[in-house]
Design a protein around this ligand. Sequence first.
Ligand code: ZN
Length: 291
Amino acid sequence: MSWFKRENGEYDSGPAGSHPDPVDAAEKNVRTEGLWIKCLGCRQVVWKAELEANLNVCPKCQHHFKIGARQRIDLLLEPGYELVDGNLCSTDPLKFSDVKSYKSRLRKAREQTGLNDAILNAVGQLGPHLVVLSAMEYGFIGGSMGAVVGETIARAADRARIERKPLIVVAASGGARMMEGVASLMQMAKISTTLAQLDDAKVPYICVLTDPTTGGVTASFAMLGDLNIAEPGALIGFAGPRVIEQTIRQKLPEGFQRSEFLLERGFLDAVVPRRELKAYLIRALDFLKVR
Ligand SMILES: [Zn+2]
């Protein structure tokens, strides 16, 4: 059973799926206490207050740091939005245990993030548009998609269809949540179905892919938007580069699976810096009017 064995603590700040490279794991564990933080992009030391004032984008190299679901919603919606669908909790259907029990991982993630799972739904104003926004939380078991994440996004899509409000999903995920086995894989089909219904109802859906968006999330709702846009430098893919390299036995090109590479090859519609994201979404929704 060594295929799922991981180093202690890797889930706390690292990836959930099988994808990102373990070489980077130590870098990802950079602690954020204190006044200074080392940038993962340019390796320079950045003043934390300056970083936060710049929407957690490095002022020196524009590296986009990961941000939480709540911060993402605050960034996009006007004050006074309403959080919805937040009462679902995983039942641990497989009673799964690896080096730790899934139950204890869930408990710890809940304490750390204050969320029930790796997703937060909100309804509110995005500029002049009333929208349903669903934001993933990477800090909750690597933003992995289990039954709760799947159901919550499906509910956001249903709500968007019934209330005829555009749907925005901000993806940040290591992929399916392996501790829920096939139940997590079923979420791909469930969300895709609700998105097809949304499409039939002619209600717009925009997906924002952030670092990282991988595995079953990329393979389902993250690539199904009327517009699929990404933040700069985000890792986006299905399997990770290491797995692909080992499979095809070839060196991968520079920038493989990063936003800019995918834009160039037609997988994305735009790469939009965080600072311009809100204005971009407003313009896109002006264009994609709900009929
Ligand atoms: Zn930097």
